[in-house]
Design a protein around this ligand. Structure first.
Ligand code: URA
Length: 195
């Protein structure tokens, strides 16, 4: 069994958050393509569609994400995807600080297993996970940051892009940041070595 699968099995057994363990349908561990990945996208938490399917970003936000990834030349099949929380918060409420802390070790372990050349943190919850409470996407986005030895891009969540519409700033910024990830020289270098 790969270390991703071994870790996934452990994550699926997690009951650290009593409410989430009682209300979830599935534990949405994340996705790692079989050939590996050099970009890891990090979102907030599964929604209703993800909770039912067990797959991250398959609802409306996921459809927009897939579209933008395709447009910038970074197809979904080439990236790893994970969330700060692996279980759906009831009614899609925001994860609590305690839930994010309970789940922190899982994402930390996933980052170690994937060992991506670049991480893209999408939305406030993921951005705060990497940059700390109060971190502002508007101030951080547009360049790669070094966070504890990991290269991290901060950007808007696809659901913000939906909320502000096709001509809104978050969609344009998200697309631009995904294009930056697609063109990242260290990602390209990692593919050369691993092929
Ligand atoms: N929103 C997220 O942050 N993650 C998902 O997997 C789906 C929607």
């Amino acid at each position: 069994m790969s270390s991703w699968e071994a870790l996934a099995a452990e994550i699926r057994g997690c009951r650290a958050c009593l409410e989430l363990a009682a209300t979830r349908t599935t534990v949405v561990v994340g996705q790692l393509p079989t050939q590996g990945a050099h970009v890891l996208l990090v979102g907030e938490a599964p929604g209703a569609n993800e909770d039912l399917s067990g797959i991250p970003f398959v609802g409306k936000a996921g459809q927009l994400l897939d579209e933008l990834l395709q447009e910038v030349g970074l197809p979904r099949e080439t990236v790893a995807v994970a969330n700060v929380l692996k279980c759906r918060p009831p009614s899609n409420r925001k994860p609590t600080t305690m839930e994010a802390n309970n789940c922190r070790g899982w994402l930390t372990a996933q980052i170690a297993v994937v060992d991506p050349a670049l991480i893209v943190a999408m939305g406030g919850t993921a951005v705060e996970w990497f940059f700390g409470k109060g971190a502002k996407i508007g101030e951080l986005r547009g360049r790669v940051h070094d966070k504890a030895g990991r290269r991290v891009l901060a950007t808007y969540h696809p659901s913000a892009a939906i909320r502000f519409g096709p001509r809104g700033m978050p969609r344009a910024a998200l697309r631009e940041d995904l294009a930056t990830a697609a063109a990242d020289p260290l990602v390209a270098a990692a593919w050369k070595v691993s092929r």
